[in-house]
Design a protein around this ligand. Structure first.
Ligand code: C5P
Length: 290
């Protein structure tokens, strides 16, 4: 038996813009993605046999081929043509699910990296990212993570200057938001406010957290369904605690704030944690060597 442990890092979106709607119903995006230290712990083991099995410590997650990690293994084996192995994947979830933090996507990406290593197939980053496209729109970014501009469905990636050292508080309210539902609420011609993506990229280059944080914006916040006022409340609490900027990540429902001061971040975390169970104090992580 061969076994490997890998970390699957969560992502946040420093900004999300939607450029257009494509003919297939998907959207042409312009997003700034950032990996954070918050991660799921994944163990992948292969032995003689066949089939793929997934276990997680969250009872309500599907373990069949609806699980992105299982799909990633199928895609890897279909591409490499490797047969004769049973693959077991064990996922310890830390990243909240349905939060906009790429929890499922990053597990899938981590399985691609793990199998590439275990079977010593030496697939290059570009190849793994191509396989990742078959699994989900955010999976290509998650293969190596870091700081990147993601365009197209999310698969057209350009490395950006890494987000400088800062403290990140993430808080997810108890409800989840459906990604397809939120996309369906967007009328691309009626987006009132958009992030200035280029100026955020410039601020990343300046290594100025305040400048980055003040420019963060997510177009989905304008079309939030009823009953999601906690998102604004969390943002307000972060800002009241000296966050340099706070925004929803992905299609929610998690919100994060950037801080340059660790004590302020800790105070925001403590205050939010009195009301919300899913709070995290984390920091940026850089791009992985693949
Ligand atoms: O690719 P993924 O399975 O992660 O996408 C989930 C859903 O999000 C899609 O079914 C689609 O409704 C929406 N989506 C989109 N445009 C994108 C990415 C996702 O409309 N660029």
């Amino acid at each position: 038996m061969m076994k490997i442990n890998v970390k699957a890092y969560a992502k946040i979106n420093l900004s999300i813009d939607i450029v257009s709607r494509m003919d297939d119903g998907y959207h042409n995006m312009r997003m700034i993605m950032q990996s954070v230290a918050l991660h799921d712990a994944i163990a992948v083991a292969v032995k003689k046999g066949d089939g793929i099995s997934v276990r997680t410590d969250l009872r309500y997650l599907p373990c069949d081929d609806r699980n992105i990690a299982a799909r990633a293994a199928s895609v890897y084996y279909a591409h490499t043509g490797i047969t004769g192995y049973h693959t077991s994947i064990n996922i310890e979830k830390q990243i909240p699910v349905c939060a906009g933090l790429g929890g499922g996507s990053t597990d899938g990406a981590a399985v691609l990296r793990a199998l590439n290593e275990l079977h010593a197939t030496g697939l290059r980053l570009e190849t793994l990212q191509k396989l990742a496209e078959e699994i989900g729109s955010d999976v290509p970014f998650c293969v190596a993570g870091g700081t990147a501009l993601a365009e197209g469905r999310g698969e057209v990636l350009t490395d950006l200057p890494p987000l400088c050292d800062c403290h990140i508080v993430i808080c997810k309210p108890a409800f989840a938001i459906s990604t397809p539902e939120l996309f369906s609420k967007i009328n691309v011609d009626k987006i009132r406010l958009r992030p200035n993506t280029d100026s955020i990229i410039e601020a990343l280059g300046d290594r100025n957290v305040g400048k980055i944080a003040r420019r963060m914006y997510n177009v989905f916040e304008d079309v939030l369904p009823k009953g999601t006022s906690a998102i604004d409340e969390i943002k307000q609490c972060l800002l009241d605690n000296a966050s340099l900027g706070a925004v929803m990540t992905g299609t929610g429902s998690a919100v994060f704030g950037l801080f340059d001061d660790e004590d302020a971040a800790r105070a925001a975390y403590d205050e939010l944690n009195q009301t919300y169970k899913e709070c995290y104090l984390t920091e940026p992580v850089g791009k992985l060597e693949v």
